[in-house]
Design a protein around this ligand. Structure first.
Ligand code: PRT
Ligand code: MG
Length: 224
């Protein structure tokens, strides 16, 4: 009865969704504090399901923007996602019990060096703004009463003003070197961003015994 045993494993086991790169790297010490160590490295392995030192815990390697989807539908019990991703995706079916304080950056408005953004805003100009983060951008400019035409992009937002597609961009900034390399300057801070632990709401009830010690261990290291 293969079907049955697979379903049983899902009930007993814990599945964690992580994106590779900074989130995976910065989540490792938090998982270690909960006694969980992935047995493979997503940078060198092509496997998308990583076993861990614990029989009943596995890690799914997903795109950062897909993490909430896996957790929302219960394909993963836990995940780690940026506040940017959560605000864009929405948080139906998700608990967000812990701000992990990792993968920190800032959501900013940026324009070409020499473009007087504040003046354009004061004059009531209608700005073309390119971004991957349309919900965040829409709310920000609506709250300020600035008229914008939003243009959806999926990456390399820095190119848009240089190519004449947009007057400004809304993007994440960490060191600032990407903006600088493209002769752009950050002109407005929208919000600070960090990554949250997200938990499937049904799993939190059905798998409480297995999940509670993991959540407790992680919140203890985060509070230190
Ligand atoms: O890269 P990929 O297309 O696969 O997906 P992704 O960019 O969504 O994922 P990933 O792993 O790059 O980012 C995951 C999360 O890390 C994001 O959702 C953010 O919450 C957080 N984070 C922290 C960042 C950055 N810092 C960051 N600097 N995400 C993206 N960037 C990008 C930014 O968009 C810009 O292109 O890095 C560039 C700017 O970096 P600086 O250092 O030059 O300022
Ligand atoms: Mg990226």
């Amino acid at each position: 009865m293969r079907h049955f045993s697979r379903a049983r494993k899902a009930v007993d086991g814990i599945t964690i969704a992580l994106s590779k790169g900074r989130i995976f790297d910065e989540t490792l010490p938090l998982l270690a504090a909960a006694g969980i160590e992935p047995l493979d490295n997503p940078e060198t392995s092509r496997r998308l399901i990583l076993p861990t030192n614990r029989d009943n815990v596995r890690v799914l390697i997903v795109r950062a923007t897909d993490t909430p989807t896996y957790v929302q539908y219960g394909a993963a019990d836990l995940g780690v996602a940026g506040k940017d991703v959560l605000l864009e995706h929405g948080s139906d079916g998700l608990y967000q019990p812990i701000d992990l304080g990792i993968a920190r950056c800032r959501m900013m408005v940026a324009v070409p060096a020499g473009f007087d953004y504040q003046r354009a805003v004061r004059q009531g100009a209608r700005l073309k703004v390119a971004s991957k983060y349309l919900n965040i951008a829409r709310e920000h400019f609506a709250a300020k009463g600035v008229h914008v035409d939003l243009i959806k992009l999926y990456g390399s937002m820095e190119l848009a003003p240089l190519a004449g597609l947009a007057d400004a961009i809304v993007d994440l900034v960490s060191t600032g070197s990407t903006l600088q390399a493209n002769n752009l300057v950050a002109c407005e801070h929208i919000m600070d961003i960090s990554s949250r632990l997200i938990v499937n709401q049904a799993a939190l009830k059905l798998k409480r015994a297995a999940l509670a010690p993991i959540l407790d261990a992680i919140s203890r290291v985060v509070q230190r």
